[in-house]
Design a protein around this ligand. Structure first.
Ligand code: HEC
Ligand code: HEC
Length: 482
């Protein structure tokens, strides 16, 4: 039998009942049973497969206590049952015509209009508007747009404004963690290029694994997730950290019960997932949808390419562009302006990046500057027990020490670098490539010693810093339901 979720309570009585349902207080937890000597890979692998029972056995009795309390709180009061009868119906996505929206638009990620904590009235008004439930056919900003054919996951999990907004709230909500201190944003924060400036992700009670937090933008054009690609989809990835003992250290059950205790969330889940409401899969779907909406806007490099392409097709007649094709001329003018952030050094760096001499596009290829494949550069391979990366997933010898090629769009914003956060600056990364990586039995055959002058190295760095840095969409980091 499917357990019914708490549906929006309209009456004051219902709201009062919910107030008592606040998530577990911040308390001193003493879950130190996690083996801190285990490798990050060991600890991280269970993220996708561990069921809650296993996780709670790792954790202390506290969590069990929370489960019991939450379970009791879940039994609906009479007022809630009454409210349930009176549940409003919201516009249904499958009955609405789709609309095309370019990702990056502030309207998608800037939060429900208004300031401060989200009142149920503001949520209600938002949910009543059919525009927020209309299926979105996303288009990508200039530059990333060349990867449009790689857009993933929308058939199984259609995008709507209401779902993006729900995912945004969950992404920034520390109440999903066992002690209310950690959210997704703790390790993937907009202020740190959707990553974090620490070497490793730092979770509940300061626990660390041995992998660096990768970026959580441009996920819409990416397939399997994690440095080793062990999560098949963004949805599968998104629910992992909640139950990961060294990240948010919660259980899926407790997280779901916590959400069910927050009326503003219950209203949104009921509206966004009609007939289903709050469950862990829908938490994953909402968060994944928010992540898909976070894309990099056109970078100076993208404008530079556009200028080059327009100038080469118009040649000597570029002076006539304004008269002949005013629309293209407008785009050209914008592009000329946008490309200005690229110095001569960055332009030389661009040429190098795409050349055989530096060989970067052997792996950082395509609109998102990644082949989405796994390569061994030798990073961390000098350790006594190296992190074997992709090998742990495939058991294929050739994958030992191989990690997924990360995007280098906006890479200047997310130091430190590499799967183990071992390289602090882009200068250091370029030196790594110049020396051909670290020799080991499994080194990628695409890694070779490069013949680069100091100027070449500076140019490559400047290309990444000046050419590939662009704005993120405007994102509201607060404004959560009480
Ligand atoms: C304690 C820090 C921490 C928290 C909290 C955390 N992450 Fe992560 N995240 C990481 C680390 C470290 C990795 C890389 C792990 C690996 O590859 O084994 C990662 C990987 C990812 C990836 C894969 C990116 C790629 O390029 O493959 C995504 C997406 C992501 N996290 C999103 C989230 C979301 C959504 C949440 C909240 C539900 C979250 N993270 C919570 C640290 C964290
Ligand atoms: C053989 C494929 C390959 C080649 C060639 C290559 N990269 Fe990479 N790049 C990767 C992989 C894989 C990683 C992550 C490796 C790891 O963490 O172990 C990476 C990491 C990086 C990072 C760090 C990104 C982050 O978020 O941590 C930067 C910057 C980078 N590469 C730039 C370059 C530049 C510049 C070149 C050319 C000089 C280049 N790459 C050539 C595959 C490659």
């Amino acid at each position: 039998m499917k357990i019914r979720s708490i549906v929006l309570a309209f009456g004051v009585a219902g709201l009062v009942a919910f107030v008592g349902c606040s998530p577990a207080p911040k308390e001193d937890r003493n879950s130190n049973s996690t083996d801190s000597n285990a490798t990050g890979a060991d600890l991280e692998i269970p993220e996708v497969s561990l069921d809650d029972a296993e996780v709670s056995s790792i954790d202390d009795a506290d969590v069990q206590g929370a489960v019991t309390t939450a379970a009791v709180d879940d039994s609906p009061s009479e007022a809630e049952l009454e409210a349930d009868e009176a549940t409003v119906t919201y516009p249904v996505t499958s009955e609405l015509d789709p609309v095309e929206v370019e990702l990056g638009a502030a309207e998608l990620t800037a939060g429900i209009p208004g300031d401060g904590d989200l009142s149920n009235e503001a949520i209600e008004e938002w949910l009543q508007n059919p525009e927020n439930h209309r299926p979105i056919q996303p288009t990508l900003p200039l530059g990333l747009s060349a990867a449009a054919s790689n857009i993933q996951g929308l058939d199984a999990n259609p995008m709507t404004k209401a779902k993006i907004e729900l995912g945004r709230q969950l992404y920034f909500d520390t109440r999903l963690s066992s002690d209310n201190t950690i959210s997704c944003a703790s390790c993937h924060h907009p202020d740190f290029g959707y990553a974090k400036d620490t070497q490793f992700g730092v979770g509940v009670q300061g626990q660390e694994g041995n992998r660096n937090s990768p970026v959580s933008y441009n996920r819409i054009v990416s397939g399997p997730q994690f440095w080793d690609g062990r999560a098949d989809s963004l949805e599968a990835q998104a629910v992992g950290p909640i139950a990961n003992p060294i990240e948010m250290a919660n259980t899926h059950d407790v997280a779901v019960q916590t959400i069910k205790g927050i009326p503003g969330y219950v209203m949104q889940f009921d509206a966004v997932f009609p007939g289903e409401g709050v469950n862990i899969d829908n938490v994953g779907k909402a968060i994944a949808t928010f992540e898909r909406a976070i894309v990099t806007s056109p970078a100076p490099y993208d404008y530079f390419e556009q200028v080059t392409s327009i100038e080469s097709s118009w040649g000597d007649e570029i002076d006539e562009l304004e008269e002949e094709d005013p629309e293209l001329f407008a785009a050209y003018t914008t592009a000329v302006e946008g490309a200005k952030a690229m110095s001569e050094s960055a332009k030389r760096g661009r040429d190098l990046f795409f050349s055989d001499k530096a060989n970067c596009t052997a792996c950082h290829a395509g609109a998102n500057f990644t082949d989405e494949l796994y390569h061994n550069l030798g990073v961390g391979m000098d350790a006594d027990e190296p992190d074997l990366g992709r090998f742990v997933v495939t058991n294929d010898e050739k994958d030992k020490g191989a990690f997924k090629t990360p995007t280098v769009r906006n890479v200047a914003l997310s130091a430190p670098y590499m799967h183990d956060g071992s390289q602090k600056t882009l200068e250091e990364v370029v030196e790594w490539y110049a020396k051909g990586g670290h020799p080991n039995d499994y080194l990628s055959d695409k890694m070779k010693k490069l013949d680069l002058t100091d100027q070449d190295k500076t140019d490559l760095v400047n290309f990444m810093k000046e050419g590939l840095t662009s704005d993120f969409p405007k994102v509201e980091a607060g404004r959560l339901p009480l």
